[in-house]
Ligand binder design. Structure first.
Ligand code: ADP
Length: 528
């Protein structure tokens, strides 16, 4: 895919992606909802506090008026209300509020009068009614109307032209007779309150809008920061899906977080997957190459037989023998290939098997000695405690030993001696298979564990080797968390060294129990 196409594909992906839009909407909605709730709480708290202050102001005015008016025993009327108010108030009422400002000396005592300051407050309108709802005193235009009310005092909030006002109704009760003589109505315009609430509302709106814009931008940037790498990952996935051999990988994200971890795992997964594909291809080509020779030999012999050999018992015999030998080699090769593939699935098949090292060593060396009586197969277990166990399936341990001893025998020269030794080193069991044969050069030592690798192809073929034994051995050993290595001097001999983690008695017991459970479970499964 060209770079241009790639960019287009990524662009298309981003266009289709609703993740950013969805996240930004969610964040914006969350902010709107939380700011609305927050604003309502703040607004109503401030409103309640201010209203109660305003109520206090109104109540003060009512109390001041009432303290003068409750001295009147009879029903309230202009004649007794005005004198009841202070002389200073009377002066002011006579000459108007402006004169108070113009003649400060005359009215200095009037300002000390609480009542006066109440009735001259431009925010507060006061009216006094008699029992027949007739106005007997007021301090200005637009005095509040009297409405029926039950309690002694009643506060009522009203909205006039979009502004809140507070009207207080109070009964005037004569202190001497205890009878209702009239009513006081106080209208508080609450200018300060209305201004405060108006400003608060404006500020809240401004802050909310600013917050929504700022947080939405932040949300967009944060989400884009997350979505961009995801888009990159999916673009790479798509590309590899289209072309499994593609070398495209996710670039280093430089972010040290889970996404970088994901990208790294994704890249190594792709590497591994492609390595498997290559290995698989190599395996198929190796196998077909290996099978070609025996098939060609068999074919050659059959052709020879067809042409000349049918009547010639000597050729017939030779060809049949050679064909049987090649067929046998093929069978052997197929068996080894099967072993190699199985060696890769050990963890699944035999997870809890254990083996007593000394028992198996004794058995295998004994068997090999019997099969090869011309060889001396020595076993040295001086440094190995008798009950030492390792985590391995017995059959595999035997197979490993057979591969190594068999190689020692196959590639021996004059000295027909194989030494097998085992010992315990700290937490590992070390098993060494030593021969005194032809040895392996330093260069070949690195390759002998590769599949189908043989130092001398023709000679090895003569000895029946396919170049698979050590690959199987290495796969088996590493599957059981062990290590295998070689030390060799050309012309002198080789040492193959295997190391396995030793397991404690407790661990061995635990594994054996698990194994029994598994065997039991498998048996039940097959019975069902
Ligand atoms: P093969 O079935 O051919 O023996 P292996 O994988 O076991 O396959 O060995 C790979 C090659 O390593 C052999 O072909 C041989 O050349 C060399 N090799 C293995 N073991 C020994 C040994 N003990 N001494 C010398 N060469 C060895």
């Amino acid at each position: 895919m060209s770079a241009d196409k790639k960019i287009k594909a990524i662009k298309k992906e981003t266009e289709h992606s609703s993740l950013i839009v969805r996240w930004v909407i969610i964040v914006a909605l969350t902010i709107v909802v939380s700011f609305t709730i927050f604003s309502i709480v703040i607004y109503s708290t401030v409103s309640q506090q201010s209203i109660s202050q305003q109520k206090e102001t109104s109540q003060k005015v009512v109390t001041n008026l009432d303290s003068r008016l409750n001295t009147i025993d009879s029903e309230l009327q202009i004649a007794n209300v005005v004198p009841a108010l202070s002389p200073s108030t009377r002066d002011v009422l006579k000459s108007g509020a402006n004169s108070v400002i113009r003649k400060p000396k005359d009215v200095s005592s009037a300002f000390s009068d609480d009542l006066l300051s109440s009735v001259t407050n431009p925010d507060v309108l006061v009216a006094v009614y008699n029992k027949h709802n007739e106005i007997v005193f007021s301090n200005g235009m637009g005095t509040p109307k009297l409405k029926k009310f039950k309690a002694d005092t009643k506060f009522q909030k009203q909205t006039v032209k979009g502004k809140q006002i507070l009207v207080t109704y109070s009964k005037v009760i004569s202190s001497r007779s205890g009878k209702v003589t009239g009513y006081i109505v106080v209208l508080n315009k609450m200018t300060y309150y209305n201004k405060l609430m108006h400003n608060l509302l404006i500020w809240m709106l401004v802050i909310s809008v600013a917050a929504i814009i700022i947080f939405t931008i932040i949300a967009f940037l944060v989400v884009r920061d997350v979505v961009d790498p995801i888009n990159q990952i999916s673009a790479v996935a798509r590309e590899v899906n289209n072309d499994p051999n593609s070398e495209v990988r996710i670039q280093d994200l430089h972010r040290h977080d889970e996404l970088e971890e994901l990208a790294e795992s994704f890249n190594s997964m792709l590497d591994r997957m492609q390595r498997y594909i290559v290995q698989q291809k190599e395996f198929v080509s190796d196998v077909s190459h290996e099978l070609r020779t025996p098939v060609a030999v068999i074919e050659g012999h059959l052709n020879m037989l067809k042409r000349w050999g049918k009547e010639d018992p000597e050729i017939l015999d030779e060809s049949i023998d050679a064909s049987i030998q090649e067929a046998d080699r093929m069978k052997h090769l197929i068996q080894e290939m099967l072993d190699l593939t199985r060696a890769e699935q050990i963890n699944v098949q035999y997870p809890n098997k254990t083996a007593v090292v000394s028992d198996i060593l004794r058995r295998v060396t004994g068997d090999m000695q019997m099969v090869h009586p011309d060889f001396n197969v020595q076993l040295d277990m001086e440094d190995l405690p008798e009950e030492t166990k390792i985590q391995i399936y017995q059959g595999h341990f035997e197979q490993l030993l057979v591969i190594l001893i068999d190689n020692g025998i196959k590639y021996s020269t004059d000295l027909k001696q194989i030494n097998v030794s085992a010992g315990l080193t700290q937490d590992k069991v070390r098993i060494i298979v030593q021969d005194f044969g032809e040895g392996i050069s330093q260069e070949d030592q690195d390759k002998i564990f590769n599949r189908f690798y043989r130092v001398d192809k023709a000679r090895t073929r003569e000895k029946g080797g396919n170049g698979l034994g050590l690959s199987i051995a290495q796969k088996l050993v590493t599957s059981y968390h062990g290590e295998i290595s070689v030390k060799s001097v050309l012309g002198q001999g080789s040492q193959f060294i295997m190391e396995f983690p030793v397991i404690s008695k407790k661990e061995a017991l635990r594994l054996e129990k698990l194994d029994q459970k598994q065997v039991h479970g498998d048996r039940n499964d097959t019975q069902m």
